[in-house]
Structure formats: structure tokens, C-alpha cells
Design a protein around this ligand. Sequence first.
Ligand SMILES: Cc1cc2nc3c(=O)[nH]c(=O)nc-3n(C[C@H](O)[C@H](O)[C@H](O)COP(=O)(O)O)c2cc1C
Length: 378
Amino acid sequence: MSKILEIRDLKAAAKRRVPKMFFDYADSGAWTEGTYRANEEDFRNIKLRQRVLVDMTNRSLESTMIGQKVSMPVALSPTGLTGMQHADGEMLAAKAAEEFGVPFTLSTMSICSIEDVASVTTKPFWFQLYVMRDREFVKNLIDRAKAAKCSALVLTLDLQILGQRHKDLRNGLSAPPKFTPKHIWQMATRPLWCLQMLQTKRRSFGNIVGHAKNVSDLSSLSSWTAEQFDPQLSWENVAEIKEMWGGPLILKGILDVEDAKMAARTGADAIIVSNHGGRQLDGAPSSISMLPKIVDAVGDQIEVHLDGGIRSGQDVLKAIALGAKGTYIGRPFLYGLGAGGKAGVTTALEIIHKELDITMALCGKRDIRDINRDVIAQ
Ligand SMILES: Cc1cc2nc3c(=O)[nH]c(=O)nc-3n(C[C@H](O)[C@H](O)[C@H](O)COP(=O)(O)O)c2cc1C
């Protein structure tokens, strides 16, 4: 990992190590990928104020997200199929996050199960919920997250219908992979990935297979998923989930001021301004462009977080300056995982931490909790 200096290096390394269909799964957005690109581009267009001759000693990046201490305000996003970027991926990423002192969020659509991740961590992690039509299964997932002592539930609101990602369709993505000549070739050219994958038994959706009704094997899983995401999810359902869970609740996928106002009224602990990393509604604005408007509308009522397009510590600082209390990284940690397993995730976090620290100092600030719009160049 010696030549890895920025997240882009981890991405290039992951591309060399992970079979194409799974690398592409991470590096894809819906349709034209315009929103995916805008998430990153709009960060680049925000400029910072350079300040000089201010004391830069004793800097601190420590903060809180929903009242929980974090070593920097950056959590790991929930991402599906993470155990396909690297064998046992969710367990490795959770351990890296725990050691770094930042939250790890396990996706409903993970390869490693809630219990797998709980078995290798000592501190609580967060669990992301997709609401399925089978409410018994949802209740069961929530109970499992409670039993694992998860310290927040992240309820995703923007994926009741799947956005179309051309790369996945062209690649014939599935977990576990199919054994057509194309897929065999993609894996054969990534021998280390294959070797590690052969050493784990976790190659399917760990939270679902064996837990949901009539899903005991993989052949029934894809049809189950297509049928199960509930397209009628409503604000009333959010209240029901909140009640069922009874702990800290984060609503993920808010990109509109009106929705943010509705979300604030639910009594949830935080919202995540997010367009699912540009994977759902292509043509939607970038997350960072919507952040100031949403913070102005509801920032005094609910904690506002942001994800989408963060590729450096500078981006984290910009999001915090524009009012986010916390941020999340999806692809940056997936690239780290694909590039080097747990060590790669740690490297991703170290890169972002260092960039955030230096940027904050050069903006003339010493404490991340004091950052506000003042550091943005007008
Ligand atoms: C490969 C991949 C899988 C994802 N799977 C999920 C998921 O299962 N649940 C969810 O709420 N969000 C999911 N997301 C969205 C992320 O949680 C997050 O919103 C997004 O990755 C943030 O953008 P970034 O990748 O630019 O950091 C996924 C994103 C990626 C890249």
C-alpha cells in the first residue's frame, strides 16, 4: 500500500484485484450516471478560504453523530454485496471502522449477516433497513439488529424500486456469480480474490437466505428481492418502524426540502441528504448542492448528515462547513476493501483523516466542531 496516496489510487488498485462485474457494481450509477458524476464534480466547484498566521496546534477532528462519539465525522455507508469486493468484506470493514472509531453501517443486502459482523466486533455498529412487503421478515430483521446491540437503525427511503444501472445488466451481475465463460474468465484473471473467496462460506445474502420465508436457496432469491421491496412505503410506515425499533433512527435518502420537513416531523434522530450515490434517480441534483437548502429548512430541528461524492477529507470539510453534522463514504471504503481487505479500508480512512486535518489547519481552524460556512470562499 506504499504508493497509495489518495482514494483514486485505491480505486485503481481495486480495479486490478476485483472481478469486473463486482468492481463495476461499485463504480456505477443509474442510466447516464450524470448524478453519480455530479456528486463528485459539485464538491470540486466549492472553494475554501486560505487563512494564515493563526495557531494551528492541538487540532481535533473528534465529534459526535447522533450523540455517539466519532474520531472524525465520517461513517461507512451501507453497501450491498460488500462481501463480493473481498471475501468476508463486511466483517473486515466493520473491524477497520471500529478500530478507527467511526460507525460502520451494515446493509440489509450484505453478504455477511448481522450475526457475522457482531461476532467480530466489540462495539455497536449501525444497521440499514430496506422495508420489504413481508413485514414479519422486517420485524425479524429489526429484532436481530436489536439482539446484536446495533446502536442506530438507518432506514433507506429511496430504493423501493431499483434504478437501472446499465453496467450491472451488461455484466449479468449476481451473487454468487454465475458460471458462464464470461464470468469464469473475469474471476480467473483475479486469482487472489478467488482464493480468498474459496476460503469463506459467505457468498450469498447473509441476512436473507434461511431467514425469509421460502428462501432457503439462491434460485428463489432474485425473484424474492424483485417482489419484496415495498413500493407503497409511506410516512406512516416510517412511524411504525420507528416504534418497532425504539432506538436511534436515521432516515436515508432525503434530497428534497419538502421531504426533509416531513422527515423532521417524524421525530427521527437524523436525516441523510443522499441520492444513493447517483444509483437511483439519474438527473437528480448532487447531494452537496442540496445540503445548504435542507440545512436552512430543518437544521434547527434535526441532525443533518450527507453522503454522495465524498472522495477526500477536503470534501468532508466542505460538507461539514455547509451544515452537515456527519458524512458517509460508500465507494471510497469499497475501493479500499477491494484493494487490500481490512488494511485497505483503514488506508481509506487514514487518507481522509489526514486530508481533513491538513485542510482544516490551512483554513485556520483547529476544531472540526467549530467549522461553519465561514471556511467557504464566496
Ligand atoms: C455498491 C453500492 C451498494 C450500495 N448498497 C446500498 C444498500 O444496500 N443500502 C443503502 O441504503 N444504500 C446503498 N448504497 C448507497 C450508499 O449507502 C451511499 O448512499 C452512497 O454510496 C454514497 O455515495 P458514495 O459512494 O459516492 O460515497 C450503495 C452504494 C454502492 C456504491
